[in-house]
Design a protein. Structure first.
Length: 156
């Protein structure tokens, strides 16, 4: 069981991810959520001893909610909203954390970034063309969260 530092989030997608991390990550993985770095609030940051940090941006989209991916930066949603690339969000948080640790502590930890779709399978991701936004190696899918072995192999 992962060590959860913060309370379970209220957003449905983030709550599902929080619970999966709590149940399926090793005990030496420390999980923070909804914290800010340079005024940007990340969804999750996982500290894995002797491995590094994992920044995870969660998008709780269902397949029917995604209308289209217009280019490598924008997603049109059923409610009319246009969202920017979630992997770019995770990258921004990653670099903010790297800079923070470097300035404040004089260290350069390994920080990796992921986007997570807790309600989308890898097949949904491909069908909706979200592969234009993130590589599968930088993406956590519904099946990754549901399978302890898969999740552990990705966040290693």
């Amino acid at each position: 069981m992962g060590k959860m530092i913060d309370q379970k989030p209220s957003h449905e997608g983030e709550a599902v991810v929080w619970e999966c991390f709590r149940q399926n990550l090793p005990r030496n993985y420390i999980v923070y959520n909804t914290r800010s770095v340079n005024t940007w609030e990340y969804d999750f940051c996982i500290m894995a001893e002797n491995k590094g940090l994992f920044v995870v941006e969660v998008k709780g989209w269902n397949p029917d909610f995604i209308v289209s991916v217009n280019n490598s930066r924008k997603v049109m949603l059923a409610d009319g909203k246009i969202c920017t690339n979630p992997l770019n969000q995770a990258r921004r948080y990653r670099f903010d954390l790297i800079n923070y640790f470097n300035r404040k502590l004089g260290i350069n930890p390994l920080v990796m970034h992921f986007v997570c779709y807790p309600f989308l399978s890898e097949d949904d991701y491909k069908a909706k063309r979200l592969d234009a936004l993130s590589d599968p190696k930088e993406t956590l899918f519904k099946e990754d969260l549901e399978n302890v072995a898969l999740l552990g192999s990705i966040l290693k």
